[in-house]
Design a protein around this ligand. Structure first.
Ligand code: HEM
Length: 501
């Protein structure tokens, strides 16, 4: 064997390398042929080359209020369901509202959550995003318990209010603030306190925030584990963050009466998860609850800046609430106030529809599936693209327009003049939080955070973009310039019953 190896010359190696591409091509064509025989009704589409396939085109950044050229082009060529080769796997891409619902509702039966392995590497193998089956159900129960309506009402609302006031209270007259960072500060501080009682501004919280920023850059980067890459740095930050949480956990375990008010305390007392599982659960909740809501808040600032009529109507709604509170001598918002924020809910829905914080989900077929005449082979990746449904002109009239009034009829359609009509499309097609057994566990919290933030923003500030900026999909949504806004304080005039300008 050794002798043979020594006899293997450079020219043999060259010949071998020369043969690799044709061999791969033959295998690829053979596979395609076999697949065609077994699944004659695969959706149309281009599988392109093995490995990369069309991934680079699919992930090319585009304006977040559109579906991007790749998607547009593929839908025009192949229709709303097409096949492709993405993330190294044969894939069915769906921009079809019905198929998306079908995929999400059949989680665990026909389809299964299937995020790229790199996500598991960085969020942890016990992260809720990658877990399936019983362990996912257990972790989901814990999260839902901790984000229950009772807790939202009795505890989280006032915590969200406290953190909102802390951030907005630091905004100086005529200054420029980076709205995206401010939104991140708010949701990070809130989650860090809620998860493990970390107080905003304390050195340990700030240090964790710093590590977390590095960690986040890696979650959204290419999974290249080489020295100097964002992914490698994120893996290092992950260890530091986990070490930090572990220390807090050990201190808690030493105390007889640990704090049960935060998630860590609750999990330690009420679950039988291992230390490693708890660490991954906490980290994935920090990720799920911080990144998404902060983008949603930044998007609402961005869309409202360009829609004075909506700001005006919000001011009327929130001034009414604020005036009633003043008359009853109360200062803090409560659940009844929140329930009065009806137009605000329309603004929130419209922000999530047009901004699409989460644009598509990762699934795989666990059985051969037939849907409306299409074959979806077992083992194939399936991507329900939520954003393509939200921006589908046949479901949402004038889909690229920020039109919160379309939600006033609860159906989400639009007349084309910016006001709702109450026709055709239903809120069934609106899935910013996913759906089925993996529906976002924090959807109600996210809406609460947005509503409380909007309440104090519109009552206390006027704001304009300080420099041009735009939401981009990378595919995670981000403002390249951080959304710089210039702000002026407003006086709240509780005695004036006229609508506020
Ligand atoms: C506007 C803000 C938010 C958006 C758009 C959003 C969106 C989503 C989506 C689409 C999913 C489904 C993922 C999938 O099916 O693969 C999801 C899952 C999840 N989200 Fe959110 N989310 C938001 C805020 C939050 C917040 C504040 C929390 C609080 C911690 C949270 C916690 C979770 C958890 C734990 C899951 C996993 C649920 C499961 O697998 O059972 N999210 N989110």
């Amino acid at each position: 064997m050794i002798v043979k190896f020594q006899q293997f010359s450079m020219s043999d190696l060259g010949f071998f390398l020369f043969l690799v591409p044709p061999i791969l091509a033959v295998l690829f064509i053979h596979n395609l042929f076999k697949r065609k025989q077994k699944f004659p009704n695969l959706p149309p589409g281009d599988m392109c080359w093995p490995f990369f396939g069309e991934t680079i085109g699919y992930l090319r950044p585009y304006s977040a209020t559109t579906i991007g050229d790749f998607m547009q082009d593929h839908i025009s060529r192949y229709g709303k369901v097409y096949k492709s080769n993405l993330f190294g796997e044969p894939t069915i891409v769906s921009a079809d509202a019905g198929l998306n619902r079908y995929i999400l509702q059949n989680e665990g039966r026909l389809f299964e959550c299937s995020y790229p392995r790199s996500i598991g590497g960085i969020l942890g193998k016990w992260s809720m995003l990658v877990q399936v089956g019983q362990m996912h159900s257990n972790m989901r129960m814990i999260s839902l318990n901790f984000l229950s309506n009772a807790r939202l009402r009795n505890q989280l609302l006032s915590e969200v209010e406290k953190h909102t006031l802390l951030v907005l209270g630091s905004w100086k007259e005529d200054s420029v603030v980076c709205a995206q960072d401010e939104a991140k500060k708010l949701t990070f501080n809130f989650m860090a306190e809620h998860i493990m009682s970390l107080q905003p501004g304390k050195p340990e919280t700030e240090q964790l925030k710093k590590e977390y920023i590095t960690f986040m850059k890696g979650v959204v980067s290419a999974p290249l584990n080489f020295p100097g890459t964002a992914y490698r740095k994120a893996l290092q930050s992950r260890s530091i963050i986990l070490g930090f949480i572990e220390r807090i956990m050990e201190e808690r375990l030493k105390e007889l009466n640990g704090d049960e008010n935060d998630l860590l305390g609750w999990v330690l007392k009420n679950s039988n998860l291992s230390k490693e599982q708890i660490l991954d659960l906490l980290l994935s909740l920090l990720f799920a609850g911080h990144e998404t809501s902060s983008v949603a808040i930044a998007l609402s600032i961005y869309f409202l800046e360009n829609c004075p009529a909506a700001v005006q109507q919000l001011r009327e709604e929130h001034l009414k609430i604020s005036r009633a509170k003043k008359q009853s001598g109360e200062t803090e918002l409560n659940w009844d106030d929140y329930k009065k924020m009806e137009f605000t809910q329309c603004v929130i829905s419209e922000t999530l529809r047009l901004g699409n914080v989460v644009r598509f989900l990762h699934r795989k077929a666990v059985k051969d599936v037939r849907y409306k005449g299409y074959d979806i082979p077992c083992g194939w990746k399936v991507l329900p693209v939520i954003s393509a449904v939200h921006l589908d002109p046949s479901l949402f009239g004038r889909p690229h327009q920020f039109d919160p009034w379309r939600w006033q009829n609860k159906q989400g359609s639009s007349s084309g003049n910016g006001r709702s009509t109450g026709t055709s499309s239903t809120s069934n097609n609106f899935m910013p939080f996913g759906g089925g057994p993996r529906l976002c566990a924090g959807s109600e919290l996210a809406k609460l955070e947005m509503a409380i933030f909007i309440h104090y923003l519109v009552l206390n500030f006027n704001w304009q973009l300080a420099a041009p900026d735009q939401a981009f999909a990378y595919p995670y949504v981000d403002f390249p310039n951080g959304l710089p806004i210039i702000i002026q304080h407003r006086q709240i005039n509780h005695d004036d019953t006229r609508p506020n300008s």
